[in-house]
Design a protein around this ligand. Structure first.
Ligand code: ADP
Ligand code: MG
Length: 277
């Protein structure tokens, strides 16, 4: 007989059982980039755009990606969207290898690319129409995101009647209409004037907060990256690899005026030094 069977209930009761701390299982990140490389095919071995990049994006985190022009930022975003497949490594979306586009991943580009003959409402319902969502349901869903991006009253307007900032709002609404968990934005405010850009940044924070999204924003503006995000990722020149991962511990809600604080200046300086290194 083994000792377990020899022991009476009271014996077992007397055994000192230390309370064990509950093991902390880290939550699965919404996106995990693992040893990601991408080379565009071409003569002489092709164009290596990204090399051995690894990082994680936690749920509801706001990540900004900065780096010199041509370092592979758009390539990275397309890989995160499942529009491109890696040459090496992988992207895990919610723990599963990403092998193609997903509705849970919404994408916004620098150019709004609206259909000029469609109204604001019809541009936003387009992705739902393509999925054969019934028209009344599609309109209701579109109306909700049009309100969210601050375009209520412009539903019947054609794109030619919109400012650049309003066009980008439509593009954001269109990306949000499937209620994706992750919003991937590739220099969405790059073509806007400085003040509109600031306002759009604030709007993006409001949407992020209201909808509890995860956001990955590619930007060439260091202040925008620091002001909006929880973490800034700096890529090296092509082939892009990780130069710096900087946590932005500035309090929230963020205000534009924070840009003039010494803490902000220090963070922005660190990002700049990493880009220029
Ligand atoms: P970024 O967005 O940081 O400016 P990109 O990801 O657009 O950089 O591009 C990274 C590199 O890959 C650049 O050198 C670019 O010329 C090259 N590249 C981008 N797209 C293609 C493509 N479809 N075919 C070949 N090379 C490409
Ligand atoms: Mg780009």
């Amino acid at each position: 007989m083994n000792s377990y069977h020899d022991g009476t209930v009271s014996d077992l009761g007397r055994m000192a059982v230390k309370p064990q701390p509950t093991p902390q299982i880290p939550p699965t990140p919404i996106l995990a980039v693992e040893h990601l490389s991408h080379t565009y095919p071409g003569p002489g071995g092709g164009v290596p755009a990204l090399a051995h990049l690894s990082f994680r994006v936690e749920r509801q985190q706001f990540i900004a990606i900065v780096g010199p022009s041509g370092c592979g930022k758009s390539t990275l975003l397309r890989l995160l969207a499942g529009l491109l497949l890696p040459t090496e490594g992988q992207v895990l979306f919610d723990g599963q290898p990403l092998t193609g586009p997903r509705r849970r991943l919404g994408l916004v580009f620098q150019k709004a690319n609206l259909m000029p003959w469609r109204t604001v409402l019809a541009n936003v319902t387009l992705p739902l129409e393509l999925q054969h969502v019934p028209a009344t349901e599609a309109s209701a869903q579109a109306q909700e995101v049009i309100d969210l991006v601050g375009l209520a009253g412009f539903e019947a307007t054609l794109p030619r009647g919109l400012s650049g900032g309003m066009e980008q709002r439509v593009a954001i609404a269109r990306a949000l209409v499937h209620n994706p968990e992750v919003l991937l934005l590739d220099e969405p405010f790059g073509a806007l004037d400085a003040l509109t850009r600031e306002r759009m940044g604030a709007e993006l924070l409001r949407i992020w907060d209201a909808r509890k999204k995860t956001i990955v924003l590619v930007t060439h503006s260091i202040p925008e990256a620091v002001l909006l995000s929880d973490r800034v990722l700096v890529l090296s020149p092509r082939p892009g690899h990780l130069r710096l991962l900087l946590d932005i511990a500035l309090p929230r809600p963020r205000q534009v005026a924070m840009q003039y604080s010494p803490a902000f200046g220090e963070l922005a300086g660190e990002v700049r030094a990493a880009i220029e290194a």
